[in-house]
Design a protein around this ligand. Structure first.
Ligand SMILES: NC(=O)c1ccc[n+]([C@@H]2O[C@H](COP(=O)([O-])OP(=O)(O)OC[C@H]3O[C@@H](n4cnc5c(N)ncnc54)[C@H](OP(=O)(O)O)[C@@H]3O)[C@@H](O)[C@H]2O)c1
Length: 252
């Protein structure tokens, strides 16, 4: 099955995201870091959420140095965050921002790469916690702020193994199937009643820490850098994709 990307030749306008507030999870490294920088470069106030504060601070500094809108920084470990932690975050954001225009669910962990018959339950649970349960809590409690926006976009990050199951991808693959299912359920619920659109996006093989860990024998530079796959991340986050919901996209 072929999955669409941004329309051929799509060029995001320089001010595509001006005036918008967008939360990116896993914003300190890899694809999330590039998305945060790219969204800020297109005018967005970005809320940088991640577990390693020093990495978030570097992204924060880079956005400020480039003259982007002043970001916000949220150091939060999604593996251990409780519902109370997420409620506290949502209340804090509601005090600071009238609404949220975008939410990029990007943070994920790979977990164990081994057959199901040898898989450990603790690792399985941790992958589900970060890749699925934390997405539920964030979506559940940030939805009121997203619904207060004139047009909001939620992007769930998928993977090739979240669309076709593959041996030894274990909990990670199952978590990405769950992510696709979550996207479809939410999009269907919101389709006719809300201005919030919901789509999934598979970045495809990208030269990040996760890819290098999954494929140690590969030459990393054979895959594009995260900053080179941002076109569909921008398209789905900006108003050019208003009206598009419930669909699965590929960035490459
Ligand atoms: N790279 C690829 O080829 C590829 C292909 C298909 C799908 N994807 C998907 O694309 C997304 C980004 O992947 P990536 O390659 O950029 O991965 P990455 O380089 O490992 O970056 C993941 C980011 O998520 C953060 N994160 C991980 N666990 C977290 C937690 N418990 N709480 C908060 N933040 C946490 C990491 O924080 P730290 O920096 O603190 O570790 C990091 O900033 C993921 O959803 C991944 O499944 C990637």
């Amino acid at each position: 099955m072929a999955f669409p990307s941004a329309p051929a030749g799509y060029q995001a306008a320089p001010d595509l995201l001006r005036g918008k507030t967008i939360l990116v999870t896993g914003a300190g490294d890899g694809i999330g870091r590039s998305a945060a920088l790219s969204y800020a470069a297109h005018g967005a106030t970005v809320i940088l959420l991640g577990r390693t504060e020093s990495k978030l601070e570097q992204v924060y500094d880079q956005i400020e140095a480039a003259g982007g809108p002043k970001p916000a920084l949220v150091a939060l470990d999604l593996a251990t965050a409780t519902e109370d932690n997420i409620l506290h975050l949502a209340t804090g954001l509601a005090g600071e921002f009238s609404h949220l225009d975008g939410l990029l669910h990007n943070a994920s962990i790979l977990g164990e790469r081994r057959p199901i018959e040898n898989a450990g339950y603790a690792s399985w649970q941790q992958v589900m916690q970060v890749n699925v349960n934390a997405q539920f809590l964030l979506t559940r409690h940030l939805l009121p702020l997203l619904q207060a926006a004139p047009a909001a976009s939620i992007i769930f990050t998928s993977s090739g193994v979240g669309r076709t199951g593959k041996a030894y991808w274990g909990a990670y693959a199952v978590s990405k199937f769950a992510t696709e299912g979550f996207m479809q359920v939410l999009a269907s619920e919101l389709e006719n009643t809300s201005r919030v659109r919901v789509n999934s996006l598979n970045p495809g093989p990208t030269n990040t820490g996760m890819r290098r860990a999954a494929y140690p024998a590969e030459t990393p530079t054979d895959n594009p850098a995260a900053e080179d796959i941002m076109s569909t991340y921008l398209y789905l986050m900006g108003d050019d994709s208003v009206g598009i919901t419930g669909r699965a996209f590929n960035a490459q």
